[in-house]
Ligand binder design. Structure first.
Ligand code: AHM
Ligand code: MG
Length: 332
């Protein structure tokens, strides 16, 4: 039996990228290690809440932390001492974390340590999203601007989904690969080789409760995919978990599109360009799909702010193109 573990796979990918120092491999290992630790904490979340209920102290006498804070602190702790990373942009931190000179490396990581955190309380899927970029500034110490790069600069991106099993999906620009955590041995093992969106778009994922607040072309597009018709076969099924990682993952495997459009009260949508939209857009394109803000390719947007938001539509390439034409010309 030949098992492809994530460690072996990452090593092969680094060679393909022409990188030889091992730094990139080790950076992805670090993320996979953090993912295993977060996964274990996620699996204990209900127990910790019971134990921590009286004074936020668990059985070892440690303070019980909220899962999103735990994940953020863990990832920043591991990455900032690894000597592989110089700056970290996190959804949980107002400013970029700049790694001090003695530990500074050559990569930048933007991340959402625990996305979909409103799902924690109801035992539904959540995820970690990451984006790896090259350092741009001169010198050893990074600046906050190193995090503000367009998505097309990404060297790698991925997510970890804490669902019925824990799955890590990543790409270094040579296709998309998914690994399932075998909790009995603590290894991520290749389970989804060369992931591609199926040609048929079966599902759409959007918070349809906001229909009344969407712009007119978005409403018209959603009306179209819900109407009975052929080529493409409609109506599409509707699936929405409320955690981008889980909604994206289903659409990637079964065929679909994910949307978070603008709303009257959210003129830029809800999702963050650097920590949510760009890494998922990188994966979407690598899996034969596409990702648009409605007016253009997400990965071409020049960021100006770490927490900038962007409207998102991604997945099946043909449907993303159709949505763009609705946004441009209105219903046909
Ligand atoms: P979060 O970063 O605060 O968890 O919010 C992001 C999440 C996404 O995972 C998900 O797609 C979206 O928010 C759901 O939002 P809504 O509840 O408005 O549908
Ligand atoms: Mg998030």
């Amino acid at each position: 039996m030949s098992l492809m573990t994530i460690e072996r796979h990452i090593l092969t990918e680094e060679r393909r990228m022409g990188a030889t120092s091992g730094t990139f491999t080790n950076l992805l290992y670090d993320i996979a290690l953090a993912a295993k630790m977060i996964s274990s904490e996620v699996r204990r979340a209900g127990i910790n809440n019971i134990i921590g209920a009286t004074g936020d102290v668990n059985v070892q006498g440690e303070a019980v932390q909220k899962l999103d804070i735990y994940s953020n602190d863990l990832l920043i702790g591991i990455l900032s001492r690894s000597e592989r990373v110089c700056a970290i942009g996190s959804e949980e931190n107002a400013e970029a974390v700049i790694v001090p000179e003695q530990w500074a490396g050559k990569y930048v990581v933007n991340m959402d340590p625990l996305d979909g955190s409103s799902n924690i309380g109801v035992n539904a899927s959540i995820g970690t999203i990451f984006s790896i970029l090259p350092k741009q500034s001169e010198g050893k110490i990074a600046t906050g601007d190193d995090c503000l790069q367009p998505g097309r600069n990404q060297l790698a991106a991925g997510y970890v989904m804490y669902g019925s099993s824990t799955v890590m999906v990543y790409s270094t620009g040579y296709g998309v690969y998914g690994f399932t955590l075998d909790p009995s041995v603590g290894e991520f093992v290749l389970s989804h080789n060369r992931m591609r969106f199926p040609d048929r778009c079966k599902y759409y994922s959007v918070n349809e409760g906001n229909y009344a607040y969407w712009d007119k072309p978005t409403r018209q597009y959603i009306d179209y995919i819900k109407a009975v018709g052929d080529s493409p076969a409609r109506p599409f099924g509707h699936r929405y978990i409320g955690a981008m990682v889980a909604d994206f993952h289903r659409n990637l495997i079964d065929g679909g599109v994910f949307l978070y459009p603008t709303e009257e009260s959210k003129p830029q949508g809800k999702l963050r360009l650097l920590v949510e939209a760009n890494p998922m857009a990188f994966l979407a394109e690598q899996a034969g799909g596409w990702a648009t803000s409605g007016t253009g390719r997400i990965m071409d947007i020049m960021p100006t702010d770490l927490h900038q938001r962007v409207p998102v539509m991604m997945g099946n390439q043909e449907e993303v193109a159709r949505y763009e034409s609705y946004m441009r010309d209105g219903a046909g």
